[in-house]
Design a protein around this ligand. Structure first.
Ligand code: ATP
Length: 326
């Protein structure tokens, strides 16, 4: 599989001057590849370095260290590059304040980058997104402005789509429609999609691989299926009595204090544990009596991407996140 985006040892530091001089490591030595035709998720909490990475990929930043290769072309800030016209980009914040209508905006962008302008295609997408392309963009609501951005990225057959929070401000029906259109486009053109999102179910449902960035560092890069398999396990146990449940909870707190309880009722409990503890717990759960009763019922599932992700960001303990990577 050939790499369409290759990032090697990328660094971008800023200097904050007030109230005192501090160096901010927005992106701190990250390396990864995005393969042709995949939908690649890029996740991280606020301020993690996602937009900085995207802006570096798009050649919009100065003072970047490292190497970025797009479609076989190395980005050189001192020379004109040709790759930009092959990328459809939805920025995190769309500054659409002019008099141009959505349609005129698409026309303008296709001229700017020398891309084909298919009125039919634009009208079809706009109808599916429920967007009036003949209204000036400055009059549009936040969600409708976002749709203009989507339209501009999906109107041509770009080889790469870089989508920074593409569904921000869209209602759930339109979010779902957007992903339907994106997947149709992806099937038709085999374009490569780099998707940055805070909506984890969106990444889980649509991406094949995911990278997680935190404080400028990559903390995970994995196939989503592998990440879920090697990630946390979610145990759901049902006891006969409340006394049995209490007995079990005190065992859990003593023996596996890192277990994170998701929910609890009088006789049931659901919690997350690392896969290494699964065997130990299975043994205890199936063979032991708790306040004189065996467990009534139990099931084990892989944690959702959301639960895995939360665990990454809740802990500041580096060792803990190292453990999760194993
Ligand atoms: P969000 O999810 O909130 O959009 P992000 O992951 O996209 O966050 P970035 O915008 O890449 O994060 O910012 C990474 C870090 O770099 C943050 O600490 C941010 O404050 C800092 N930063 C970004 N741009 C600048 C700038 N122009 N000057 C100084 N610091 C900056």
């Amino acid at each position: 599989m050939s790499a369409v985006i290759t990032i090697k040892n990328l660094k971008k530091y800023y200097t904050k001057k007030f109230p005192k001089r501090v160096e901010i490591k927005a992106v701190d030595d990250i390396s990864f590849k995005v393969n042709e035709g995949e939908i690649f998720g890029f996740l991280g909490p606020n301020g993690a370095g996602k937009t900085t990475t995207i802006r570096a990929i798009l050649g919009m930043l100065r003072g970047v260290e490292g190497e970025i290769t797009i479609l076989g072309e190395k980005i050189d800030p001192n020379h004109q590059t040709t790759y930009r016209s092959k990328i459809g980009y939805i920025p995190g914040e769309l500054g659409l304040e002019g008099d141009l209508t959505g349609l005129q905006m698409c026309e303008y962008l296709s001229k700017l980058y020398g891309n084909a302008f298919h009125l039919d295609e634009i009208q079809k997408i706009a109808t599916r997104l429920n967007l009036d392309i003949n209204r000036p963009t400055q009059e549009l609501s936040k969600g409708n402005k976002q749709k203009v951005g989507i339209l501009a990225a999906l109107m041509s057959d770009f080889e790469i789509l870089i989508l920074d929070e593409p569904t921000s401000g869209l209602d759930p029906l339109i979010q779902a429609e957007f992903f339907k259109i994106l997947k149709e486009k992806q099937r038709k053109t085999n374009c490569t999609v780099f998707l940055c999102s805070h909506i984890l179910s969106e990444v889980e449902d649509n991406c094949q691989r995911v990278a997680i960035i935190r404080e400028g560092k990559l903390v995970e890069i994995s196939d989503i299926t592998d990440l879920k398999e090697k990630g946390l396990k979610s145990f759901h146990l049902e006891f006969v009595t409340n006394a049995s449940l209490k007995d079990f909870i005190s065992y859990l707190q003593n023996e596996i204090p890192e277990a994170s309880i998701k929910s609890q009722s009088t006789t049931t409990i659901e919690f997350l544990i690392s896969p290494e503890k699964k065997r130990q717990l299975l043994h205890e759960v199936s063979g032991q009596e708790w306040a004189g009763e065996f467990v009534k019922d139990f099931n084990i599932n892989s944690a959702s991407l959301e639960e895995i992700f939360m665990k990454y960001y809740k802990t500041n303990d580096k060792e803990n996140s190292e453990e999760m990577k194993r």
